[in-house]
Design a protein. Structure first.
Length: 347
């Protein structure tokens, strides 16, 4: 079969790799229908995150179950499924508590020795604890596929930021970051009943999506200027909830400063810029809470899925380019130069 592998800085290739097989009785083999490129994949592409030459890549996919191990009870060949970006056994203390990302037997697609999601098929460890079954008829609903695919990571991650920031009906929310996760954070805040949502972003194509997702205001400034703008919009009080979806020192410092006294920051941006400028004293003095981290998508997908299936939310709008497997290297280049927001891979 063919799959995406990374060989180094800006070096993404489509190569022949061994076909996945059931190795453990809890495994399943899934034929991929849709996958995508994540903003976090770009850190490897740019050489910021280290990878072994020839390592598989990609961690978001939908597919059809082709084979199951003898101990898999929840799935049979032909089932249409979504895979969260982390696999988990579904039975440990962390999984039972809804923190599947801390499962001791878990992992993320594309780790050394595992299959990446950007390929024709994937071996799924702990299928019963990892996969979420979708209605079979949804596989033929092409308009639904982007939204369902978004649940595997970016929509669940945006929702995690909103939950961590304690978004409530009637609250004022600020969202730092206009990438796919930040935009899904806007959608999540709207879904949870926020009254005012201030999106920080300066790219018109992205802020248009933010407004479609429920943003009431857009602030194009950054840093201190953005803080001043939000301060003016909120009458000097700041936001009850701030969603941080970038991961740099500056974005975290901005997020904390945007929060009102007694507010909360939900951070989900993958850290890649240090934290020396983050002031614990500022949070202490103003009773600002900080929570977040890696989103337990497996815990959130069942909650969010009905709204995608019904059309109540459509996070699939973050996909602005679709390629086939051969087009994946160009997809990486497009996301890297920001000519594409998020690239979907259709098989």
């Amino acid at each position: 079969m063919r799959a995406t592998v990374i060989h180094g800085l800006n070096d993404i290739r489509i190569e022949e790799v061994p076909d996945p097989v059931v190795r453990q009785p809890t495994d399943a083999v899934v034929r991929v229908v849709n996958a995508c490129i994540c903003g976090s994949d770009l850190w490897a592409y740019r050489g910021v995150a280290s990878r072994v030459a020839g390592q598989r890549i990609g961690h978001e996919f939908l597919g059809i179950v082709e084979e199951t191990g003898s101990e898999v009870i929840g799935f049979t060949p032909g089932d249409f499924v979504i895979a969260p970006f982390v696999w988990s056994d579904g039975s440990c203390d962390f999984c039972r508590e809804g923190l599947h990302t801390s499962c001791p037997q878990g992992g993320i697609w594309g780790e050394v020795g595992s299959d990446g999601g950007q390929g024709e098929a994937v071996r799924v460890p702990f299928a019963d604890g990892t996969l979420v079954k979708l209605p079979k008829e949804a596989a033929g609903e092409k308009k639904l596929l982007p939204g369902l695919l978004a649940l595997s990571d970016v929509m669940s991650t945006g929702h995690h930021a909103a939950v961590a920031a304690r978004v409530r009906p009637g609250s004022t929310v600020a969202v730092v970051g206009d990438g796919a996760v930040g935009l899904c954070g806007v959608l999540a805040a709207h879904r949870l009943g926020a009254d005012r949502i201030i999106a920080l972003g300066r790219h018109r194509d992205r802020t248009d999506i933010a407004r479609a997702f429920g943003a009431t205001d857009v602030v194009a400034e950054r840093g201190d200027a953005a803080i001043e703008a939000v301060d003016e919009l909120t009458g000097g009080r700041g936001a009850h909830a701030v969603l941080e979806a970038v991961g740099t020192e500056e974005s975290m410092r901005t997020a904390i400063s945007l929060a009102r006294d007694g507010g909360a920051v939900g951070y989900v941006g993958v850290p890649h810029g240090g934290s020396a400028g983050v002031s614990i004293t500022q949070m202490f003095d103003r009773n600002v809470a900080l929570a977040g981290g890696v989103a337990p998508a497996r815990a959130y997908i069942p909650e969010l899925l009905p709204d995608v299936l019904s059309g109540a939310i459509d996070p699939g709008l973050v996909f602005d380019r679709t390629v086939d497997l051969d087009g994946v290297p160009d997809g990486y280049r497009a996301m890297d130069d920001r000519s594409a927001l998020k690239v979907r891979i259709a098989f």
